[in-house]
Design a protein around this ligand. Sequence first.
Ligand SMILES: *[C@@H]1O[C@H](CO)[C@@H](O)[C@H](O)[C@H]1NC(C)=O
Ligand SMILES: *[C@@H]1O[C@H](CO)[C@@H](O)[C@H](O)[C@H]1NC(C)=O
Ligand SMILES: *[C@@H]1O[C@H](CO)[C@@H](O)[C@H](O)[C@H]1NC(C)=O
Ligand SMILES: *[C@@H]1O[C@H](CO)[C@@H](O)[C@H](O)[C@H]1NC(C)=O
Ligand SMILES: *[C@@H]1O[C@H](CO)[C@@H](O)[C@H](O)[C@H]1NC(C)=O
Ligand SMILES: *[C@@H]1O[C@H](CO)[C@@H](O)[C@H](O)[C@H]1NC(C)=O
Length: 298
Amino acid sequence: MRGLALSLSLLAASSTAAAATQPTCAKGLYMVVARGSEEPAGTGVTGNLTSQIAARVPNSQVVPVDYPATLSDYEDSEGDGVKAMQTLLNNYGQACPGSKIAILGYSQGAQVSSDSVCGSAGEPFIDDKAMSDEVMNSVVAIAIFGDPTHVANLTYDRGTSVKDGLFNRSSASVDQCKKYASRIISYCDKGDIYCDSGSNLTVHHLYIDRYGDEIVDFVVSQYEKSTSTGSGSNATATAPFPTTKPTSGGGSGSNSTAPTRTGAPTTSPTKGSGANMLTSSLMLGGLLAALTAVSQML
Ligand SMILES: *[C@@H]1O[C@H](CO)[C@@H](O)[C@H](O)[C@H]1NC(C)=O
Ligand SMILES: *[C@@H]1O[C@H](CO)[C@@H](O)[C@H](O)[C@H]1NC(C)=O
Ligand SMILES: *[C@@H]1O[C@H](CO)[C@@H](O)[C@H](O)[C@H]1NC(C)=O
Ligand SMILES: *[C@@H]1O[C@H](CO)[C@@H](O)[C@H](O)[C@H]1NC(C)=O
Ligand SMILES: *[C@@H]1O[C@H](CO)[C@@H](O)[C@H](O)[C@H]1NC(C)=O
Ligand SMILES: *[C@@H]1O[C@H](CO)[C@@H](O)[C@H](O)[C@H]1NC(C)=O
């Protein structure tokens, strides 16, 4: 099953004939994951979170975004990531209306996520359009951490940072993000070399340790909210999100089966391989190259 999801994502990402491939609709959550720079192909450390989420939301699928995730040609890599993520989301959204999607991204993958949802951050990045409302209606949670286009002091910001990230995000794009504020959590801590424009790489590697449980709880509760109000299958059409709705009483969602699909096979996520020291030092090396590249561009 893992092979199936993986080959679907590969096809979707790398082929212009992607539209021909029909995704399998998940009864639970369809989790699209964009890994961080220089992490090996797959979900990267974020797989730790998606496996916990999948354990709590049965019949979920985890699909990694297939993109280079390189630092040396960051703009192109990031742009490829946005194309691949938007293709996955569009294909799935069209094939599986009314189903529930979560987007997770770390570091470069966090920018891939925010650019996909909100449209391009702006120069020097490729001018991607934001996702359509139609598909976004199915997206119940967007959980990102260490986004280099982090904008400080927004309602969906989490963590200790009060500084903007290394790259700007245009105000038009921020406005688009704000439409989905209740579904987004964006973590950034003080000192993070990317999202806080700081100088501490270690901070950039600590989000899962520090906030993993919160992130998992958020995604699961967003999923549960989106299904518990929907005893009438119409709920997704008009009020896709019980966003500001304080239905705090719920939760026990006995009626939580989504009114969507026939049981789709669960794709069990890859076991988190763990952030290892090798990756860290690779990232540090790549970082210098990236910073040089960036300063040349600006
Ligand atoms: C965010 O808010 C804090 C506290 O009000 C402030 O010190 C900081 O300058 C703000 N950051 C930005 C980027 O505006
Ligand atoms: C980011 O935006 C600010 C304010 O709009 C601008 O002054 C600055 O030059 C921009 N920085 C980059 C790197 O584009
Ligand atoms: C970087 O952050 C980590 C984690 O908070 C901290 O332990 C370490 O002392 C920091 N390093 C520097 C040079 O500030
Ligand atoms: C769904 O909502 C629309 C618009 O509010 C309404 O016209 C329609 O009757 C509803 N359908 C069901 C099945 O409740
Ligand atoms: C689901 O909700 C309906 C109406 O709210 C109720 O009649 C039914 O018993 C519930 N089913 C379960 C399994 O809780
Ligand atoms: C991910 O999970 C594995 C196995 O549960 C664990 O060994 C590893 O430390 C975790 N990595 C992170 C970054 O939390």
